[in-house]
Design a protein around this ligand. Sequence first.
Ligand SMILES: Cc1ncc(COP(=O)(O)O)c(C=O)c1O
Length: 364
Amino acid sequence: MASDTPSGFDPPPHPYDRLDEIKALAAQHPLGLLNLSIGAPHDPAPPHVVAALSQSDQERGYPPAHGTPAYRAAAAAWLNRVAGTDIAAADVLATVGSKELVAGIPHWLRLQQPELDTVLYPAISYPTYAMGAMMAGCRAVAVPVDSEWRMDLGAIDPDDAARALCIWNASPGNPTGAMDDLEALAEWGRARNVPVLSDECYIEFTWDREPESILQYGLDGVLAVHSLSKRSNFAGGRAGFIAGDAHLLEFLGAVRQHSGLIIAGPVQHAAIAAYEDGDHVTAQREIYRTRMEAMIKRLAELGVDCEMPSGGFYLWAKAPNGDGWDFARTLATELGVVVSPGEFYGNVSDGYVRFAMVQDVDGR
Ligand SMILES: Cc1ncc(COP(=O)(O)O)c(C=O)c1O
């Protein structure tokens, strides 16, 4: 007889759905609620990119799952310009933003190597790395981070490495903004035959160094993961790509094509206009830099020490009493600002909060 109680995977609540209590506190602030919890861009996408959505003539047919030749060429040319890489259109595979790829890739890699069951990811990171592992029935094994929030490759248990389908990294990272040694990471993966997945969606938002891609250190055994969501305030467009190892791209291209994972034709067309233009990114960088500096100053007035990160548009601040949830409540009450408790990004970071500097905090 069928049971009413499902015994399989029970998805946990989405992190941002756990902020209702904090939002209720912030809503009582005289200036109202300012949501700095979620990293969704608040500034507009470039008008010429939005206009291009209606000028593609790519509505009636099915767009290529791998990306149109023009999309792949524009993405490759952009990365070569920004990071000094030397990739071709054929090294690029279109993705629908990047979250679907992050969540889906452990499952696909496991189809190819069912004997492997482990996904390695930074102990403080974007939660979907671990969620994708869980949804593939894999072990999600957190790699410790050092005092500068960089992944400590030396701390990885060789048994975990031997079972690994892939290792994730983000540079600049979310939430800490740390930038890793991507050359060392590529070498670590190649030496152990573990594919390295380098999430580079904040690549152009760097504050103390030049943008860096893992593809500067060769394509074998690595994939760079990119998205226009943050770069071009185009999260609603859902456009991104992966680039790198030819064998991985061939396999992933095939399974993704069979799955119907395709960027909409008009979006591919508009995205080309975004890749081709760097001026809007230069302007957006200055907006983020100014906002982050203003918030750091405001936090100093409250007695909270917080530094400009190496990259990204998040501020990662230590809770004065060591309790991130408690500090989030205080910020909601005193400033009307909603932030993310550090626990969203790993259980070793519950003494921190993350500010997504997507809106101005003037006057708070
Ligand atoms: C590090 C990182 N990777 C990937 C994503 C997914 O973004 P998207 O699917 O819009 O490209 C995010 C979104 O916040 C992120 O912070």
